[in-house]
Design a protein around this ligand. Structure first.
Ligand SMILES: *Cc1c(COP(=O)(O)O)cnc(C)c1O
Length: 477
């Protein structure tokens, strides 16, 4: 690997060098308005080959699932089959116009409808909406739906949303954005929801609970049915954060254990490349009580014809047109290729891979809640000589691995949240284990090696606080 930092495109600039040849003008010349002409931009002047080499070199410094193992907990960075991409790139999908009538878009609406039907079956839902563009967006839709439900019954006192302390940060954020107040429920010694605290928090001001199962600790919430019963008895509803459905597809239908409304991250479990803010879909599914409140329109079918229809008491639109349609094509392709059997095997293999890693690593990296995990587990990277999880993570980069999620969930000190996913081979998992064990050994024998890592990258350890507080977002030549 070339360890020099790349020069910026601006630094390669040479006055007068040109990289494009514009076609001959075939319309009358019109002067550009003075106000739009700016001298101070100092745009780089480069030839085509320099630009190609510059960006190709930069792209080779990228880390990706298509090049290496990516055990980033909670994010489900699994391999996305290329067949999904081929399907999404079919000219009929790519070229369909968002303003075309439902009659012209029958094929697109049929795909949406069929995907809705599959996801209803997987979750046990009454109806689903594919509008939201991300998990967090689905959460927001779900909390809006819960609020609208209570208000529709004339109950305006329900302003509290219960959220376990292991929850993803998007849960309290969505809840607050939807105008409700969050109440944190602690975890018990076993990593589950503390049932006594839950009961104590349940009164007639509770709108509902947001619960993640398996939790962000990678643990199955064994009391899920009792939790749903207690919240329902208090008049509240149950929101399920389905970001971890990779552990449950084909094994458990969330609606069967009392979930009223839930999001699935189609870009995680149902396989669309994500990260870096790319397009996603946070499907929301609902049971009987909330189906009429779903964001719309959603696809409907009458005989052989398909149409976009607005649910009766919809909270409204969450996204323009059909949402992120390309992601829907990928999810549909993925589900149809695997079938029900395949989806179940995905969950079983994801859980098996995580338990394999956990079993091989837990002596060197203790696990706070050591019971059998689901598709991920949370270990701890706390060593003597001031070596911390951050140092372990940075050292992993030297070994060619993307670090796991670190310092989350917040209730585990020095957390290392490891999610192998189902798509990795035993050889890859073993390579990862060997690197982790070597690093644990280095933590004892040469801690400075870890504290100064990474050593094998163009730039060393970054000042992450300064990068967040005073970001430099443009070239200051
Ligand atoms: C990823 C994730 C979310 C948020 O999903 P986005 O699509 O990133 O908005 C919410 N909860 C959990 C547990 C997650 O892992």
């Amino acid at each position: 690997m070339n360890l020099k930092p790349e020069p910026l495109a601006f630094e390669l600039s040479s006055p007068g060098r040109v990289g494009v040849a514009l076609p001959k003008r075939d319309v009358p010349a019109v002067p550009v308005p003075e106000a739009l002409l700016r001298d101070e931009l100092k745009l780089p002047e480069l030839d085509e080959l320099t630009v190609v080499r510059h960006f190709t070199r930069l792209s080779q410094k990228n880390y990706s699932i298509d090049t290496e193992f990516y055990p980033l907990g909670s994010c489900t960075m699994k391999y996305n089959p290329k067949a999904n991409e081929a399907a999404a790139a079919l000219p009929g999908w790519k070229g369909s116009h968002p303003l075309a009538s439902d009659r012209c878009n029958q094929g697109s609406i049929e795909l949406i409808w069929k995907l809705q039907e599959s996801l209803k079956a997987i979750g046990g839902f009454e109806a689903v909406s594919l509008q939201p563009a991300a998990g967090a967006h689905g959460e927001l839709a779900g909390v809006f739906m819960i609020r609208a439900y209570h208000l529709s019954r004339g109950d305006s006192r329900r302003v509290k949303m219960l959220i376990p302390d292991s929850a993803h940060g998007t849960n309290p954020a969505s809840c607050t954005m939807a105008g409700l107040t969050t109440v944190t429920i602690p975890s018990d010694a076993d990593g589950g929801v503390d049932m006594a605290a839950l009961k104590a928090a349940c009164d007639d001001t509770v709108a509902g609970i947001m619960i993640t199962n398996p939790s962000t600790l990678g643990l199955f919430e064994r009391n899920i049915e009792a939790i749903a019963r207690i919240v329902h008895e208090a008049g509240g509803l149950v929101y399920g954060d389905g970001a971890n459905m990779n552990a449950l597809t084909g094994v458990l239908r969330p609606a069967d254990v009392g979930i009223d409304v839930m999001h699935f991250n189609l870009h995680k479990t149902f396989s669309t490349p994500h990260g870096g803010g790319g397009p996603g879909v946070g499907m929301v599914g609902a049971g009987k009580a909330l189906a009429a409140f779903l964001p719309g329109p959603i696809a409907g079918r009458k005989g052989e014809a398909y149409a976009m229809e607005v649910p009766e008491r919809t909270i409204g639109r969450m996204k323009a047109f059909y949402g992120n349609f390309g992601v829907l094509v990928r999810a549909y392709t993925y589900i149809r290729m695997l079938g029900a059997e395949g989806l179940r095997r995905v969950a079983e293999s994801a859980v098996l891979n995580a338990n394999y890693l956990k079993a091989r690593l837990e002596k060197a990296y203790p696990v706070k809640y050591p019971r059998r995990c689901m598709h991920e587990f949370v270990a701890m990277g706390n060593f003597a000589d001031g070596v911390h999880t951050l140092d372990i993570a940075k050292r992993m980069i030297d070994y060619g691995f993307h670090p796991p999620t670190i310092y989350f969930p917040l209730i585990v000190p020095e957390a290392l949240m490891i999610e192998p996913t189902e798509t990795e081979s035993k050889e890859t998992l073993d390579g990862f284990v060997e690197a982790m064990l070597k690093i644990a050994e280095e933590a004892r024998t040469s801690p400075e090696l870890l504290r100064e890592a990474p050593h094998a990258t163009p730039v060393g350890r970054l000042d992450e606080v300064a990068a967040a507080r005073c970001p430099v977002l443009c070239y200051r030549g």
